[in-house]
Design a protein around this ligand. Structure first.
Ligand SMILES: Cc1cc2nc3c(=O)[nH]c(=O)nc-3n(C[C@H](O)[C@H](O)[C@H](O)COP(=O)(O)OP(=O)(O)OC[C@H]3O[C@@H](n4cnc5c(N)ncnc54)[C@H](O)[C@@H]3O)c2cc1C
Length: 397
């Protein structure tokens, strides 16, 4: 295939892998570089709503993913201290019917493995593992990326360069002169449990969201129900970037004190011996995501706090939108990239805002928490879901 159809991508996370597949399906040659070798095994769960699963299904991944996912029947929102259910948002067949695609929970490693296999099997994608994009240079007919693999340096030319290199994106720093992301004062503690070791109620195909003062807890089954993903979010200190900073069980249990948290939630936390901590950072929404033949995608462009469970979903949406823009305007890739950014900017900024707001609401205490619970209960699950029509009903495939 002509090098004039080559797109370079930095980062084989969920965004970069999905973009590679979507672009190759549109007839582009893709060079996808991932610095990690092997690609990071991210031991955590993911919720993917219909806006994202629709894309994965359209890319032909359904048969590869379905054996590993769980289809949750509801989101159950609960009070931390009493354990009482405040509201129940219906998912399952209801949501699949309403938005034309399912809601899935899954292990990240299952999604990553499915995407990597698909990318490796595609004749027009060159996946360079253990290869870091060190720098890039724009020129009249596109861009050259300078790569480093161990001690070997090389370069690749393409008509466009996509930075899918995550929250700490070097490309973003280079093209925007921005400083580091902002720490948001909270830390996510994550654990994966064997489903055989938890109470029956926690094995149910339900996403449970427990709201407490200055803390919340989310858990749901993944890996076809064999494992339970647990995420506890509490106040904390900035730390090293990454998934794998270990946390001590006794430290997280202290944050879920007996007087504020029902015994069931504490039991679940107590069951997990190994915890990983992930300090939460984000960046402000930007007006410009790129320059000339360069653009950004996923967390590099619009890092999103996890209070709306949409960061990976947005990266997946970005990927397919980018492929469509480049394919309809392949005579002018620079214009196609600006079109892509224009199509994505408002929606991703709204997600960033909504997630920050959810974070504040989830961690309320005292009378404000009581008011929140009253309003959630009065609104009820159906209405709560309808409020997200704009999110789940997104269709570009
Ligand atoms: C606690 C928590 C829970 C979450 N839950 C959900 C959820 O339920 N649903 C959801 O949709 N989202 C969720 N998210 C968000 C989601 O994890 C991220 O938004 C998503 O993984 C971003 O994908 P990405 O491909 O943009 O970036 P990343 O996954 O960060 O991938 C970037 C890749 O680029 C590579 N890289 C970096 N620099 C270079 C370079 N110079 N050269 C080559 N490679 C490079 C990195 O090694 C990495 O593999 C959650 C996040 C957190 C913290």
């Amino acid at each position: 295939m002509a090098a004039s159809r080559t797109i370079l991508i930095a980062g084989a996370g969920i965004g970069g892998l999905t973009a590679a597949k979507a672009l190759a399906d549109k007839g582009f040659r893709v060079v996808l570089c991932e610095q990690a070798d092997p690609p990071q095994e991210a031991g955590a769960g993911l919720q993917l709503s219909p806006n994202a699963t629709r894309v994965l299904i359209a890319l032909g991944l359904a048969s590869r993913l379905e054996p590993h996912v769980v289809v949750p029947q509801a989101v159950s929102i609960r009070q931390a201290a009493s354990g009482r259910e405040i509201a129940r948002i219906p998912l399952g067949d209801d949501i699949a019917f309403r938005y034309g695609a399912p809601y899935w929970t899954m292990h990240r490693a299952d999604l990553q493995a499915a995407l990597i296999d698909t990318v490796k099997a595609h004749p027009d994608i060159i996946l360079k593992i253990g290869t870091r994009v060190e720098d890039f240079a724009m020129h009249a007919h596109g861009v050259t990326a300078y790569l480093k693999q161990a001690v070997h340096v090389s370069n690749e030319r393409g008509i466009a360069f996509v930075a899918a290199d995550g929250l700490w994106s070097r490309t973003r720093a280079q093209i925007t002169q921005e400083t580091a992301p902002r720490f948001r004062g909270r830390v996510a503690w994550r654990a994966m449990l064997d489903a055989n070791h938890v109470r029956d109620e926690f094995r149910e195909p339900v996403v449970r969201l427990w709201l407490g003062k200055d803390a919340h807890l989310v858990h749901y089954p993944v890996s076809a129900g064999r494992q339970i993903n647990v995420v506890a979010i509490v106040g904390g200190k900035a730390g090293s970037a990454g998934w794998n900073t270990p946390g001590r069980r006794e430290d997280i249990l202290k944050r879920f004190a007996r007087r504020d948290w029902t015994i069931a939630a504490r039991d679940l936390i107590n069951e997990a011996e190994q915890w990983q901590t992930w300090p939460l950072y984000d960046r402000p929404a930007r007006r410009h995501w790129g320059q000339g033949p360069i653009t950004m995608l996923g967390d590099a462009a619009h890092p999103t706090l996890p209070f709306i469970a949409q960061g990976a979903g947005m990266a997946i949406e970005d990927a397919v939108t980018l492929a469509q823009c480049l394919s309809v305007d392949d005579a002018d890739p620079v214009r196609a990239l600006r079109l892509y950014e224009g199509l994505r900017r408002k929606r991703t900024a709204r997600i960033q805002r909504t997630s920050r707001m959810n974070g504040r609401i989830y961690h309320l205490g005292g009378p404000l928490a009581a008011l929140r619970d009253f309003l959630l209960a009065r609104m009820g699950g159906e209405k709560l879901r309808e409020r997200y029509d704009w999110l789940y009903d997104w269709r570009r495939v």
